[in-house]
Design a protein around this ligand. Structure first.
Ligand SMILES: Cc1ncc(COP(=O)(O)O)c(C=O)c1O
Length: 359
């Protein structure tokens, strides 16, 4: 892409290589992994932006209610974007947070929108998307599901769950690389009612008419904003080529086997590490987290040994399982590195306590 398209075609690539429709093309391909029909997913921007767009549109579709319900397990940017939107709208909206286990109890006629991340970024705990969406709909609540830790990690069926809006990123299990664009899904039954809050030119009905007034584009196209990241989209397409070759149900099964094995091995050799993820693999995404007070230092020691996970404050060590390229032997190697670091206290070294900007 960089050599033949960008290198030779320069800006003619927008037409000759059809870069302009890449956001919808890749959206349709992601749609296959998340149970979304063609024409309901579009790619672009970052996930924070897509959260904002989904929420702004959802609130307008459900205009008489003032509560946005989320949970304390949600990723902070979803909450921050909500807080920012509430302030900008200045219409008395309120963000209410409950415990993840209590969401169903907080669904009532005051709630306009339920905004949840399906898989908890820290613990991997999985919400029951279908049941919660149905319960929300019974009370007239619109749903927005953040699939950052779901897309490519486990089967998702947005159509079957009758979800209203969904958003997600492509740089985790979809492997588009750091800064890869996000995606947004909007149920076809709602699309005509959804006014895009970020009414950029590429979401316009006729971007190249250069009208002075905004008119939303057809269908999900209206959720586009500005120029898409073509090189990053090419990386995403290369990854989606691999996804075309596998069945997400097989990936899920393998992920459950690998993560169960990991838990068994780590718990048997490192009693000081406390499992922070659900023990039942059906109730977690494709990650396993362990708690340990000096988790940051332990993770730095593991990284030094070639086992790369990350740390989420205050004490969570997070390990991701991507069966496309991780197998049982890798899990055994990982567990023995953890055993070595824990049993021999290799983490207890001043340099591992120096916090980097990204943990
Ligand atoms: C659940 C969830 N939502 C949103 C984000 C942030 O999205 P972005 O940085 O692409 O705006 C993340 C990042 O990891 C996330 O895990």
């Amino acid at each position: 892409m960089m050599r033949d398209e960008w290198g030779d075609m320069l800006i003619t690539g927008w037409n000759r290589a059809d870069w302009i429709s890449q956001p919808s093309r890749t959206g349709d391909r992601i749609g296959k992994l998340i149970g979304a029909p063609a024409g309901t997913v579009v790619v672009g921007d970052t996930l924070s932006i897509k959260v904002y767009q989904a929420l702004a549109s959802a609130l307008e579709i459900n205009p008489d209610r003032k509560i946005i319900l989320s949970d304390t397990g949600n990723f902070p940017t979803d909450l921050y974007m909500t807080q920012g939107l509430i302030e900008s709208l200045d219409k008395g909206y309120e963000l209410k947070l409950c415990a993840p286990e209590a969401v169903a109890d907080f669904l009532n006629e005051d709630v306009a929108v339920l905004l949840l991340t399906e898989v908890d970024y820290k613990t991997g705990r999985l919400h029951d998307m279908k049941t919660l969406t149905a319960k929300a709909h019974e009370k007239g609540i619109l749903t927005i599901w953040d699939l950052a830790h779901s897309a490519g990690a486990l089967p998702v069926d947005l159509s079957a769950a009758d979800v209203d809006f969904a958003v997600g990123c492509t740089y985790k299990y979809l492997n588009s690389g750091p800064g890869g664009p996000a995606f947004i899904y909007l149920a076809a039954r709602l699309v005509d009612q959804a006014r895009p809050a970020l009414s950029g030119w590429l979401g316009h009905n006729q971007p190249f008419a250069f009208d002075l007034d905004y008119r939303p584009g057809p269908g999900i196209e209206r959720m586009r904003v500005g120029t898409p990241p073509i090189i990053q989209l090419a990386a995403l397409e290369a990854s989606l080529d691999i996804w075309d070759l596998v069945d997400i149900n097989d990936v899920r099964e393998k992920s459950r086997e690998l993560s169960d094995l990991f838990i068994e091995l780590v718990e048997s050799s490192c009693p000081d590490l406390k499992l922070a993820s659900p023990r039942d693999s059906r109730q977690r995404g494709s990650q396993v987290s362990f708690q340990f007070q000096q988790g940051y230092a332990v993770m730095q020691a593991l990284i030094e040994q070639g086992l790369i996970g990350d740390f989420r404050a205050p004490d969570i060590m997070r390990f991701g399982f991507t069966p496309l390229y991780i197998d049982a032997e890798d899990v055994q190697t990982a567990a023995s590195i953890i055993e070595d670091v824990m049993v021999n206290r290799l983490w207890d070294n001043a340099e591992y306590f120096v916090q980097s900007p990204v943990t």
